[in-house]
Design a protein around this ligand. Sequence first.
Ligand code: ATP
Ligand code: ZN
Ligand code: ZN
Length: 805
Amino acid sequence: MAQIAQVLVDVPTMQTNRPYSYQIPSAWQSQVQPGMRVVVPFGRGKRRVQGFVLKCDDATTYDGDLKAIDAVVDLAPVLNTEALKLTAWLAASTFSFQITCAQTMLPAVMRAKYQKLLRPTAETPAAVATEIFHGQPSVDFDQIATTPAIVSQLLRLQAAGEVDVYYQVKNQARHKTLVGVKAAQSLPELAAAEATVRTGAAKQLALLQGLQTLNGETITQRDFSACFDVSEAVIRTGEQKGWLEKTAIEVYRDPYATANIKPTQPLKLNAEQQVAVDQIVAAVDQPATTTFLLEGVTGSGKTEVYLQSIAAALAQGKTALMLVPEISLTPQMVQRVKGRFGKAVAVLHSGLSSGEKYDEWRRIRRHEAQVVVGARSAVFAPLDDLGLIIMDEEHESSYKQDDAPRYHARQVALWRSQYHHCPVVLGSATPSLETRARAEKGVYQRLVLADRVNNRPLPAVSIIDMKKEMQQHAESNFSRALLVALQDRLDRHEQSVLMLNRRGYSSFVLCRDCGFVLKCPNCDISLTLHMDTHTMKCHYCGHEEAIPRVCPNCHSRQIRYYGTGTEKVEEELQDLMPDARIIRMDNDTTRKKGSHAKLLTKFGSGEADILIGTQMIAKGLDFPNVTLVGVLNADTALGLPDFRASERTFQLLTQVSGRAGRAEKTGHVYIQTFNPDHYAIRFAKHHDYEGFFKYEMHMRHQGGYPPYYFTVQITASDLDEAIAAKRMYQLLQWLKPRLTPNTIILGPTPKPIARVNRRYYYQIVIKYKQEPNLENTLTTLLHETQAQQRQGLQIGIDVEPLHFM
Ligand SMILES: Nc1ncnc2c1ncn2[C@@H]1O[C@H](COP(=O)(O)OP(=O)(O)OP(=O)(O)O)[C@@H](O)[C@H]1O
Ligand SMILES: [Zn+2]
Ligand SMILES: [Zn+2]
């Protein structure tokens, strides 16, 4: 019987991947298992922290005096064997701490919350007892320690042993329950009770008769009272008389409970779809760990390929995981999957409340859901016996997490495919260069859908040179050609989608006299004008201030708004076309829960003519009546200091163009740009992914960028710029002798946005083809920088970073 538990503890300032040993109290020795959460004492004092049991050992392997586990949080492991292995791999491959990885894999409500309590001791003087505790066994430290004077008084009392500080671990996960009703007596007893009921108490009779029909089952009080027309008061009387008992019935919070989802049947596949499905299904049946790249143009019916492949996995009695970017997890997408697989589907995305997420997680855990659809973190969904993993829009950068652990969901998907021995399908109209290059080498198997469903043509694309447009016409966000096209669609009762590329571009305030630009006091970035709240906001740290009426620098009144926000564009368009019904979709209009879905439904049902939005409208939308797509500013991202700028621009333009002409009516796309000759724009005009891939690979080869090199980015940040910079120069000296001579180290340089939230950022980029010492070096770095974190310096390690901003 295991007497010692190896526990990974949750101590943010002292992280380590080494577990600590704790004694398992004898009463729990048969219960504690790896993967359970426990509460343990840590360090000196009364600190309590949450931890995960990694392993259980016999006492014989350890001699010495060990602290004991305080409490066991779970009745069954929350991390199974696969999850425990996955955390270890994730920590090692992303150079992060295992505890962070374990927490990332679980719903947020399962993370511990700590409460600092104050308790009286045997020495507590009577006056203190009444003043602080009012007869309570404990009080919340933060609630009473409101002034420095009180804090110092409490510290004095604590030092004298007159009060005790205690840390408690709070479990935030709550199950939702309803009151249930169940018969407490046998049928003859209940029948006999009918005779004892006063004449006139008809409701009590109804209650007794109702109870006799239950067959020993429990139903909710709500249903019982509706079925037998008895009030809660009558049920309470029945409880007092001992006829029935009330119990708690656990229910799931289901965000789609009220959604009206129509069941769908598999469509008849076209020849290309059939080839793709056959290959994937063969790998599911075998099973084989093949990774497929499903390269299909926009509107080629990739989703149908996914659905029929998932059906094959279910037919084998296995489960399936389908990852989609957060932004394309639209109601339309959920309906397509739920329509096919009904209650077997669990959905995980950031729009759910934490309780809903927890419930979906438990449904998966209990094998009540066999298909999971979700965004990035759904890759950790606790599905057993995976038969297939799908990753739609595999090129999307939202699959990479920005904070530790900085994992890419694709890497995790590939790991799980090895573990479960099942295939992976990476789907996209515009695969990332890395993925496409791997398919070229035969590492991934390429499946192609070259044509749209029913041989619909891809839309014609017109490029509009905004430099010329500006010379000929007054300054406007809309070229003549685009306006004519919009009016034409309005007249024909067809719909249009307009995209404003917001990345690196926003409306800001500039003084015409002195050139002053209003910047965030915390970050190196200009503030954005928001007309809805009448404030200036920082998109990085959330800082907000009033709109200036005079220049804060020279006090001139010549202060003007520049740039183009979605709001301004909407306003201008409404002026130009007063009859058009416009819907705007951006971070402001979609912040409220469910509003993203509501706006799309409204547009889909034809209640608007024009949808204006940021990048969030570029993907996944499948509306048959959309025949015009306009891109207002194609090139704002091209100038960013990032070698992936062209790739992102090409992908975005291709994706958004793909929204036009998906059904019977032909589509047309207008792309407005100041760089009409840029290759990313030229290839997008011709829907030429292949041409773009070849050209861009050549550029990457010349520049020495991925996929020809691997990259790791190391950042240091501090409130003091000199400390961040100095640490990076030291780090450079420390790294050089540890890495092999062929490895290139770039920097240190300040990041392009050097200051965010009052912290200064410096970066080093390591480029290499093969670096045998990398793993060791970065692991050492991770552990050595722990001590410095406590002084405010933060070091981040990012393997294959997707952003260099
Ligand atoms: N075999 C088929 N027969 C008829 N219609 C089909 C078939 N396959 C797919 N469709 C329909 O074609 C439309 C486009 O399919 P889908 O949305 O899956 O394309 P996609 O490849 O995912 O495109 P995008 O990359 O632009 O999102 C959908 O309305 C879908 O229902
Ligand atoms: Zn800021
Ligand atoms: Zn000024």
